[in-house]
Design a protein around this ligand. Structure first.
Ligand SMILES: C[S@@+](CC[C@H](N)C(=O)[O-])C[C@H]1O[C@@H](n2cnc3c(N)ncnc32)[C@H](O)[C@@H]1O
Length: 278
C-alpha cells in the first residue's frame, strides 16, 4: 500500500530544503510525518512507488505547476470571513474613522490595503466590505484591496467569489444583502460576491519570498496566519519589508499566534497583533 511508503530522512531533508528556499515554509523534523502523509496522496494519484520517483517528476516539470501542487498539499489554507473579529472591529471603530478624517483634510481620497496570503478570498472581501461601509458607498473615495497568495488553486476560488451558506455565516445579514447575491448551483444555495465588492479586490499570485511589484504607500496590511510557518529570520525580513511599504500612521495586522516578540522591528504596538508605523 502506498500509504505506508517510507520517507527517508534524506528525502525529507531534500523536500524541506526545496520548500524553504521556494516559499519560506519551515518544515522542521517534527513535520516529517505530516509531510509523508500529505504527499502520500500525491504519490498514490501519480502512481509513484517512492518519494524519489515523485520528486524526480516534480523537479522535471519546468512550468513549476507540480511544485505548486506539492507546496499546496503541505500548507494550510484555512480562512473565514471576518476571522479574528477584533481586527475588523479595530478598523471599523478606531482606525478607519481617524484615517478618513486625516485624509479628507489633505484632500487625499485614496485608500490602499493589502491582504498578503489571502487564501480563498474571505479575508480581502471582509477587508473591502469594512472599507466600503466606512466610506459609506464610494463617493469620491478610491478604495482598493490587493489580495495575493502563492496558491494558484486558492486564488481561483477567490476570484470566482462563490461561497456556500456555511462559509458566509460570519457576514452580518445587512452586508450579506448588500455585497452577496444568492444562486442555486447543483441544487445547492450558494452566494456570489456582487460586482460592487469584486471591483474593489485585485487578486494576484505573489510569493512573499520574491520581489513585490507593489507601489506604496499602503494604509494597512493584513498578513495573518502566514508567518507562523516561517522562521524568525524570514519573519523579520518580511516585517521590515512591510514597514517600507506602509505610510506613516498605517497599520500591520498579524495572526492571533504571530506576535512580533523576539522580532527586531520599528512598529509601535497598539494591541495584540496590531502594529502601527508611527
Ligand atoms: C492559513 S492561510 C491564511 C489565510 C488568511 N490570511 C487568514 O488568516 O484567514 C495561509 C496562506 O498563506 C499562503 N502562503 C504560504 N506561504 C506563502 C508565501 N511564501 N507567499 C505567499 N503566500 C503564502 C498559503 O498559500 C495560504 O493560503
Amino acid at each position: 500500500m502506498v500509504q505506508s511508503v517510507v520517507l527517508s530522512d534524506r528525502d525529507f531533508r531534500k523536500i524541506s530544503d526545496l520548500v524553504y528556499k521556494h516559499c519560506g515554509i519551515n518544515l522542521h523534523t517534527g513535520k516529517k510525518e505530516l509531510v509523508r502523509a500529505r504527499l502520500a496522496k500525491r504519490l498514490r494519484l501519480g502512481k509513484f512507488k517512492t518519494f524519489q520517483q515523485y520528486m524526480k517528476h516534480v523537479l522535471k516539470d519546468k512550468t513549476g505547476k507540480e511544485f505548486s501542487v506539492l507546496v499546496d498539499s503541505l500548507s494550510t489554507n484555512l480562512t473565514s470571513f471576518f476571522r479574528e473579529a477584533q481586527h475588523f472591529e479595530f478598523l471599523r471603530s478606531q482606525f478607519l474613522p481617524a484615517m478618513l478624517e486625516q485624509k479628507r483634510k489633505k484632500h487625499n481620497f485614496k485608500i490602499r490595503a493589502w491582504s498578503a496570503g489571502c487564501s480563498s478570498g474571505e479575508e480581502p472581501y471582509s477587508m473591502a466590505i469594512t472599507l466600503l461601509e466606512a466610506v459609506k458607498g464610494k463617493g469620491r473615495w478610491d478604495t482598493k484591496v490587493l489580495a495575493t497568495d502563492i496558491s494558484t488553486s486558492m486564488l481561483e476560488i477567490a476570484k470566482t467569489g462563490i461561497y456556500d451558506s456555511e462559509r458566509i455565516k460570519p457576514v452580518p445579514s445587512l452586508q450579506k444583502q448588500k455585497y452577496l447575491v444568492s444562486h442555486r448551483k447543483n441544487k445547492q444555495k450558494v452566494f456570489e460576491v456582487r460586482k460592487c465588492l469584486r471591483d474593489d479586490v485585485i487578486f494576484t499570485y505573489l510569493n512573499l519570498m520574491n520581489d513585490w511589484p507593489i507601489k506604496g504607500p499602503l494604509d494597512f496590511i493584513f498578513c495573518r496566519n502566514v508567518m507562523i510557518y516561517f522562521d524568525k529570520t524570514t519573519q523579520e525580513c518580511l516585517i521590515n519589508r512591510f514597514w517600507d511599504l506602509l505610510d506613516s500612521g498605517a497599520v500591520l495586522f498579524t495572526g492571533h499566534s504571530e506576535s512580533l516578540t523576539g522580532v527586531k522591528h520599528k512598529f509601535k504596538y497598539i494591541q495584540p497583533t496590531i502594529y502601527m508605523k508611527p
